[in-house]
Design a protein around this ligand. Sequence first.
Ligand code: GAR
Length: 200
Amino acid sequence: MLTVAVLISGTGSNLRALLDAVADPEFPARIVVVGADREAEGFAHAEDYGIPTFMVPFARFATREEWGSELAEQLDVWQPDLVVLSGLMRLLPADLVDAWSPRIINTHPAYLPEFPGAHGVRDALSAGVVQTGASVIIVDNGVDSGPILAQERVPVLPGDDEHALHERIKPVERRLLIDVVRRVATGDLDLAAVSASAPL
Ligand code: GAR
């Protein structure tokens, strides 16, 4: 059984979908802990399922590195097989990424490498594209630049604003994320092999 830690910053709707999926006894993974960099609304979903939570408030640390080392200590307590960033809106320090990659994955509301960064949906709308997408990647030390594990196109519709488009992207993200976690758990998807074969 693959054990998973999920890190969030916000509402955690994608976390909720993953929690619902892993509640199926046939699903080959379990969420062991949910962490956040702030008092995230999404903790409520973890509490619904009796999953432990931890918070490492970014604002309480002088540097990103100090914040990251506290986060790393928390992850070490739980020793998950996989870390899922599901809306964690912080760049992780390099030593934490180096310690966990390729066993750390991220969801992103755009068709990477298009529109990386914190405003993937807004940036797609500003660019006037007719389609954007959703991606699941291995986290590396760039900004949303790691090897792509799954992605799918989502149309931009006339009249879309950021909220409407993001709400259309999220169900796709959820489906991709759940499928990636399942494939990692069953061994169908070998993160180390994907990472080793990725172009430098
Ligand atoms: C998701 O769309 C996720 O991909 C995005 O934040 C949202 C979180 O939604 N993450 C990023 O943009 C990271 N660059 P949720 O809290 O409702 O799951």
